[in-house]
Design a protein around this ligand. Structure first.
Ligand SMILES: Cc1cc2nc3c(=O)[nH]c(=O)nc-3n(C[C@H](O)[C@H](O)[C@H](O)COP(=O)(O)O)c2cc1C
Length: 209
């Protein structure tokens, strides 16, 4: 909701931003899904509310721009995207790029092209990439950031690359590598901070911007 208030105050309490997580694979508890759960939990610690669409909820029909029909699952995804203040995507590196599962989910964002906040406008966008090696992390992260630019989102300064051969996640989604955890924490904090900054602009009269 876009509000106008009469005063601008840097001490004004900010609403809890809504950080949406999308990603993982069809395998429950995959590396990318576990990392995403961890990032969302850290975003909550930083003051956000969160929701997550893991891989199992992303088995959507191939996006069809020529059809108005959407499954309930696709409508739920688009609804959550519309409500989001920040989005964190998590994908495995498949052949040097993001997975088809995650890309197809992203294609549904085309349904938001005529929204007041079209595509991912005004949203911080984080990326988590897992791979069986280091090489594909770079290309896949770069792809995710290019997609974010195309969708008018704001890629977060930090992207998290996870070499799944070196880092595993326990049942509480805590990573074995403290450096990975630190990167996920910084990204989650950046997502919340950016969303709060955007929200403060919406709440401020233009003279305060
Ligand atoms: C179809 C397919 C393509 C893959 N391509 C790559 C690749 O190009 N580079 C790489 O490091 N890992 C590649 N992997 C390995 C995945 O990135 C890895 O399984 C995933 O990041 C971590 O596994 P998990 O999410 O199932 O736990 C590929 C895996 C599959 C199934």
């Amino acid at each position: 909701m876009f509000l106008t208030i009469n005063q601008c105050s840097s001490t004004e309490p900010r609403p809890r931003p809504f950080v949406l997580g999308i990603g993982g694979t069809t395998r429950p508890n995959s590396t990318s899904e576990s990392a995403l759960r961890r990032a969302l939990s850290l975003a909550e610690e930083a003051g956000a509310t969160t929701e997550m669409f893991p891989g199992q909820l992303l088995s959507l029909p191939l996006y069809n721009p020529n059809s108005l029909y959407r499954t309930n699952e696709a409508e739920a995804l688009i609804d959550a995207l519309r409500r989001s203040d920040a989005v964190i995507f998590a994908s495995p590196a498949y052949h040097g790029s993001i997975s088809g599962l995650v890309k197809n989910a992203i294609d549904y964002i085309e349904d938001m092209r005529e929204d007041n906040r079209p595509y991912l406008a005004d949203r911080a966008v984080g990326a988590i990439i897992s791979a069986y090696g280091d090489q594909a992390i770079g290309s896949t992260l770069s792809t995710m950031r290019n997609i974010t630019h195309s969708l008018r989102g704001w890629p977060l300064p930090i992207g998290v690359g996870i070499n799944a051969l070196r880092c595993t996640f326990d049942e509480d989604c805590e990573p074995s590598d403290a450096h990975v955890d630190s990167q996920l924490r910084i990204m989650a904090q950046q997502a919340v901070r950016f969303a709060q900054m955007i929200a403060s602009q919406r709440l401020s009269p233009s003279s305060c911007i």
